[in-house]
Design a protein around this ligand. Structure first.
Ligand SMILES: Cc1ncc(COP(=O)(O)O)c(C=O)c1O
Length: 410
């Protein structure tokens, strides 16, 4: 009996019954002041405005929006993007996509490469699930070898139970030098290899995403990269023509930093922006031109509490590295003149008390126990630290949405 208990595997989907919950669902209807911290909070009105603004903008160009769900990892939020008119979502990982499919979302692009037997087996099961939901799973491919393994996994699955071919986008390297086959002739040759030898794959689009362009500060810099991306896409389409291959119908890419420029290229048919729902400190450092794309506002915050105040020039909050991602810079405080988030330790955030530009100096003795709103430096990895998003409107908790794809890295 003892032995059986010791070797019993932990069910990661079901925490032990005697472990107190981390959910703040019971606070729905109450003031945000009641929330325990650190917690991840989304302002529902601002979120909805962001979702609507991008959808209206993309639709006005006759294009499709397939927002990237890596930013929020939250099926409840994805359903709102779909209800607003998105054609599907993007995910970055197979297991991440599983969390959305489990909630009934079947139109998913894994905007990334999938390699390895375990992942391919999951991918095949996910493909069946998406079909069952009446949707379509699409996956990126950037080499003949990886495509060959994928084709083989589908062929083997077919032997057990009939299966439809899997849709793929060929990812081309548009200058970021991350994934992606070289644009032009190499991409077209890969397409021909797939067409000739891999009957379980169906090429339906090109992925042309440039991540670093999103965070270039000036509109001019981003515009120059988007031009270069388009040249790579054109070269590839011309190479398809030269080999007598049908041009893929979908050209997919773009992010929150370049979406206005991408929409105007006349080349993209589908846009993949993700962070626009929340924004973050890093994105706020970009220069924006509202003639080019909608102004997205900050909807995501980490609510934190001052847990220590032992000197007049310093305060300590309960949100440090384990509550905030600082890879793109430190968080900023909202409506807290004179307070600067200066350093993140594991469980501590160190604030400097100073005098703000308008001459405001915080009163140190009033800080202990005070709740403060932090704007995360980088939204995606910050969201990945939390099990739920607390949804607030006008100072009240109105809902909690589980971040179901959080930590799903396979
Ligand atoms: C392939 C791909 N598409 C779209 C996005 C969304 O970009 P953003 O969150 O900057 O809008 C990302 C983000 O990393 C990505 O990797």
């Amino acid at each position: 009996m003892m032995k059986a208990q010791q070797t019993q595997a932990l069910d990661i989907n079901r925490p032990p019954a005697n472990l107190p919950t981390m959910s703040q669902h019971q606070l729905i209807g109450q003031s945000v002041d009641m929330l325990d911290t650190p917690c991840l909070v989304v302002d529902e009105d601002v979120l909805h405005a962001n979702i609507q603004a991008l959808q209206t903008f993309v639709t006005s160009f006759g294009l499709k929006l397939r927002p990237h769900a890596k930013s929020h990892k939250c099926p409840a939020l994805a359903k709102q993007q779909l209800a607003a008119g998105a054609v599907g979502i993007c995910c970055q990982k197979v297991s991440e996509a599983e969390a959305f499919a489990a909630e009934g979302i079947g139109d998913i692009l894994i905007a990334n490469e999938v390699v390895g037997l375990a992942k391919l087996q999951r991918l095949v099961r996910l493909h069946r699930r998406c079909l069952h939901l009446g949707g379509e799973l699409i996956v990126c491919v950037d080499s003949a070898r990886a495509a060959g393994f994928m084709n083989k996994a589908l062929e083997q699955a077919e032997q057990e139970q009939s299966i439809a071919p899997l849709s793929i986008y060929l990812e081309i390297n548009v200058g970021q030098n991350r994934c992606g086959i070289a644009a032009g002739r190499p991409a077209a040759e890969l397409a021909r290899t797939i067409e000739d030898y891999m009957p379980w794959l169906r090429l339906v689009g090109l992925q042309a995403y440039h991540g670093t362009a999103q965070h270039m500060r000036s509109v001019e810099e981003r515009a120059a990269v988007v031009d270069a991306v388009c040249n790579k896409v054109r070269q590839t389409l011309e190479a398809f023509d030269a080999l007598g291959l049908a041009r893929p119908k979908v050209i997919s890419g773009g992010g929150s930093g370049s979406v206005g420029l991408d929409a105007r290229t006349g080349l993209f048919t589908e846009l993949q922006a993700g962070s626009y729902v929340f924004m973050d400190v890093d994105y706020m450092r970009n220069q924006w031109d509202s003639n080019i794309q909608p102004d997205f506002a900050q909807s995501l915050f980490v609510l934190t509490t001052v847990m220590s105040q032992t000197s007049s020039d310093r305060a300590v909050v309960d949100a440090g590295l384990k509550a905030l991602s600082v890879d793109s810079g430190l968080p900023e405080l909202k409506n807290a003149p004179g307070l600067v988030y200066e350093k993140a330790n594991d469980e501590h955030g160190l604030l400097r008390c100073t005098t703000s530009q308008d001459g405001h100096t915080p009163e140190p003795e009033s800080l202990l126990g005070k709740k403060l709103w932090l704007i995360p430096g980088h939204c995606d990895p910050t969201v990945n630290l939390y099990d739920e998003l607390v949804v607030v409107r006008n100072g009240q908790v109105v809902d909690t949405w589980p971040v179901l794809a959080r930590g799903r890295l396979f």
